[in-house]
Design a protein around this ligand. Structure first.
Ligand SMILES: Cc1cc2nc3c(=O)[nH]c(=O)nc-3n(C[C@H](O)[C@H](O)[C@H](O)COP(=O)(O)OP(=O)(O)OC[C@H]3O[C@@H](n4cnc5c(N)ncnc54)[C@H](O)[C@@H]3O)c2cc1C
Length: 503
């Protein structure tokens, strides 16, 4: 019996909807299934989501996107990591780079050697041993040169900043060119089959009925299908992630574009700064229990690089996730699946990862529960791991200057995170658990950056003498400096390769 999925309806045309349409049309090809995307111009999209992590490069390559063309089309800039200002304590800054610190030696992690020297009084921060961090400081960027794997220039990892609206439009073009059909209209009804509760069709305001075998809910925070029709429970994480609002405003671009996102801790949350080619995106993510929307807006407007170019816009959300994001023939992706605040720019990645998982567990029309259960289990695990990494930034801090920081510094955290903190506390060791998204470099960067001090270093770092350790670290630092000297300024690189038409 032919059980193949013949029709797919994607509900929503934000970043999640068009990423899904672009990926499914590319991977499945035009003949496999009819793909319809329904969106409503009247409702619109969330319209933020402008910073990414390096994994997006994998998605772009899957879609066959040429990078210079992509950056040009989305007014993009490059991102080498995130600069965190005032997080560990006021006046302190650190960098969470993409790509590793130094190089592991004698089978021992670089972190261990650095920690040993640091605890012996060496004043050099760990970021002195990251090419991303050194290049970010110098405002420089280039893509990795991979011909010599020993060169520091082969280790440049990066992501992008882009205009969310332009990104969705770019993906829409790709998806439509490969056969996806866009249907404008507001969904007013979700029709379910009486026999088994599967979704049969969505019905638009004008009466148009769209039937499909598989429905992908990308309808944003409202979760029209997964919540509205299927009643998926929401797991609320706001006791760990108390920020529940953001006020966002773009401003004029005033200086050279920095090749990194900046996150500045504020009295009741944090402010993002995302440089694009034509403007700078800004937002204050805050806890409404600790500051009002008006006050947060005033703080944001006081802390811009240039004049605002639009009115500030408030977005409301709750941190958490659907307990099951795939139910029967409905899979939720993007904000419909859940939301973890944007501190480490993970939402777009979670869409990408959801699409990848859906493709590896792609259903037939029988929709076997074992496949669905596996999808839900690994999705839940991935979201929880990301959540814990975000909580880390709030929990490990010396800040006690406002009720917000007092609250997050003293809150109980999930046991998996508590264990990581205990393990780090003894010998400064970090581990990547079960292929989690953030690797040991990320954990180390943030733990050290947030000013957690291990009691001692990893004893295996004693495999090298102190003298030898220092000599090798000097060499690495000097190789990084030489490499960064060679790199062009970020703006130069963009002007030479991928400047948008108006710049
Ligand atoms: C403040 C903030 C900052 C963020 N920053 C980042 C970041 O830096 N990096 C990152 O990776 N992510 C970030 N995100 C997350 C990112 O914005 C989202 O993950 C991404 O935009 C995907 O959104 P979406 O497509 O799921 O939802 P939306 O953009 O809300 O799209 C929903 C779609 O559903 C349609 N729809 C809804 N109801 C109906 C209906 N009844 N009928 C027809 N159509 C309907 C809408 O028209 C729209 O097309 C941020 C989010 C917030 C809130």
């Amino acid at each position: 019996m032919d059980e193949r999925i013949r029709s797919i309806c994607i509900v929503g045309g934000g970043t999640a909807g068009w990423m899904t349409a672009a990926a499914l049309t590319k991977v499945l090809g035009p003949e496999y299934a009819r793909i319809t995307l329904v969106e409503s111009d009247e409702i619109g999209t969330v319209g933020v989501g402008e910073a990414t992590i390096p994994q997006i490069g994998i998605f772009n390559r899957l879609l066959g996107i040429e990078e210079d063309e992509f950056v040009r089309r989305v007014n993009g800039t490059y991102k080498l990591g995130i600069q965190f200002v005032d997080w560990g304590r006021k006046g302190h800054t650190y960098f969470h780079p993409f790509g590793p610190f130094g190089v592991d030696m004698e089978g021992v992690s670089f972190h261990a050697f650095w920690l040993r020297l640091m605890q012996g009084g060496d004043p050099r921060p760990i970021t002195d041993f990251s090419i991303q961090s050194a290049a970010a400081d110098a405002g420089k960027f280039m893509r990795a040169i991979t011909s010599d794997p020993r060169s520091m220039l082969s280790k440049i990892a990066y992501a992008f900043h882009f205009d969310a609206g332009l990104y969705a439009r770019f993906l829409r073009e790709l998806a439509e060119a490969r056969g996806a059909v866009r249907q404008e209209g507001r969904i007013v009804e979700v029709a379910k089959r009486g026999s088994d509760g599967f979704i049969e069709a969505v019905v638009l305001q004008d009466g148009t009925r769209i039937e499909a075998d598989l429905f992908v809910d990308c309808s944003g925070f409202r979760g029209l299908l997964i919540d509205g029709a299927m009643g998926a429970e929401f797991e609320d994480w706001s006791h760990w992630l108390p920020c529940d609002r953001a006020v966002a405003v773009p401003c004029e671009r005033v200086s050279e574009t920095t090749p990194y996102t900046r996150s500045t801790a504020r009295e009741a949350g944090w402010q993002w700064r995302i440089p694009l080619q034509h403007r700078t995106g800004n937002g204050y993510v805050f806890s409404s229990a600790h500051i009002s929307e008006d006050e947060a807006t005033a703080v944001l407007l006081k802390n811009l690089d240039g004049a605002p170019t639009a009115d500030p816009r408030v977005l409301r959300f709750k941190g958490g996730v659907r307990k099951t994001s795939w139910i029967k023939n409905c899979v939720a992706l993007g904000l419909a699946a859940g939301f973890i605040e944007p501190l480490e720019s993970t939402s777009i990645h979670l869409v990408q990862s959801g699409i990848a998982k859906l493709l590896t567990m792609f259903p037939s029309r029988s929709f076997h529960q074992a496949d669905i259960d596996r999808y839900n289990r690994i999705t839940a695990q991935e979201w929880e791991q990301v959540r814990d990494f975000i909580i880390l930034h709030y929990k490990v801090t010396e800040r006690s200057d406002t009720p917000f920081w007092d609250h997050v510094r003293t809150m109980d955290v999930p046991e998996a995170l508590a264990e990581k903190l205990r393990v780090f506390q003894t010998h400064g060791r970090v581990f990547r658990e079960n292929e989690e998204l953030f690797n040991d470099t990320s954990w180390f960067a943030v733990l050290i950056g947030q000013l957690m001090t291990p009691n001692s270093y990893d004893p295996v770092a004693d495999v090298l003498s102190l003298e030898e350790t220092r000599r090798r670290l000097d060499q690495i630092q000097s190789a990084i400096a030489t490499s960064v000297d060679y790199m062009p300024k970020h703006d130069r690189f963009i002007a030479d390769n991928c400047a948008a038409a108006r710049v």
